[in-house]
Design a protein around this ligand. Structure first.
Ligand code: ATP
Ligand code: ZN
Length: 224
């Protein structure tokens, strides 16, 4: 009777680019949920597992703070949160369990299409939703540019005169082109990861996790 076991809480994106693939993967592992659109929480039918459906940006913090046991999140969001929390002195540890081979994207710097791609970025303002990832790359490269934080509409910032360049997620480049921008440099490559909170799970949760990982490895092997 799975009702007696301490349950594992998995945080996942409620609605967005990772949601369908996350649910599909869990289903392929034999975990079934009855999702109610309005509810944050969903209980698995035959497993002692609960789904927490949240904004993807909340997932790293939920796991690092130990509020959720597991999380499925893009490395871009994960690393940005880790860097930010490190600076703030908040808990920033987690365990990487498995790369999930979906949610592939890259974080790139793009400039105006008419501009020389090799023109130095020094002294430029770069609009981004990932100021910590951008700052750490600028530092590594020894470039003195200023990140300008925008949580959305990053690609219109140059046209709006808010920035000279952008640092944003790219998959096909279509959005860049539509905004008169051209990719210059990839600064971070990302895919979705299964992560766990730091510290030991209790024995029942650990057994559930191991069962889930065995299923996951089987599913991933079958896909190769
Ligand atoms: P939320 O409402 O949960 O905050 P969001 O709008 O921030 O959603 P999505 O656009 O759904 O996020 O993207 C979620 C994640 O999917 C990204 O952080 C990234 O890891 C991944 N991803 C994969 N491909 C792309 C892409 N082409 N553009 C943007 N993100 C992508
Ligand atoms: Zn988000």
């Amino acid at each position: 009777d799975s009702g007696r076991l301490p349950r594992l809480k998995i945080a996942m994106q409620k609605s967005g680019r990772l949601s369908d693939d996350t649910l599909k993967l869990l289903r392929a592992c034999g975990v079934r949920f009855n999702l109610h659109e309005a509810r944050l929480m969903a209980h698995a039918e035959d497993w002692p597992l609960d789904l927490l459906r949240v904004r993807d940006d909340d997932i790293p913090g939920l796991v690092m703070d130990g509020a959720a046991d597991l999380g499925v999140v893009g490395e871009n969001v994960l690393e940005e949160a880790r860097l930010e929390r490190e600076v703030a002195g908040s808990p920033a540890e987690y365990r990487l369990l498995r790369p999930l081979d979906f949610g592939h994207c890259r974080l790139s710097i793009a400039g105006r299409a008419e501009e020389d791609r090799a023109a130095p970025l020094d002294g430029k303002r770069i609009a981004t939703s990932y100021p910590y990832l951008l700052r750490s790359w600028l530092k590594r490269e020894g470039i003195q540019a200023t990140p300008v934080m925008l949580t959305g509409s990053v690609e219109v910032a140059p046209r709006a005169g808010l920035a000279d360049a952008i640092c944003d997620l790219v998959s096909t480049g279509g959005t860049l082109e539509a905004n008169g921008l051209r990719e210059r440099e990839v600064i971070f490559r990302s895919q979705a990861q299964l992560i766990a909170r730091p510290g030991a799970l209790d024995a029942g949760q650990q057994a559930t996790l191991e069962r889930l990982l065995r299923r996951l490895d089987g599913v991933q092997q079958a896909r190769e």
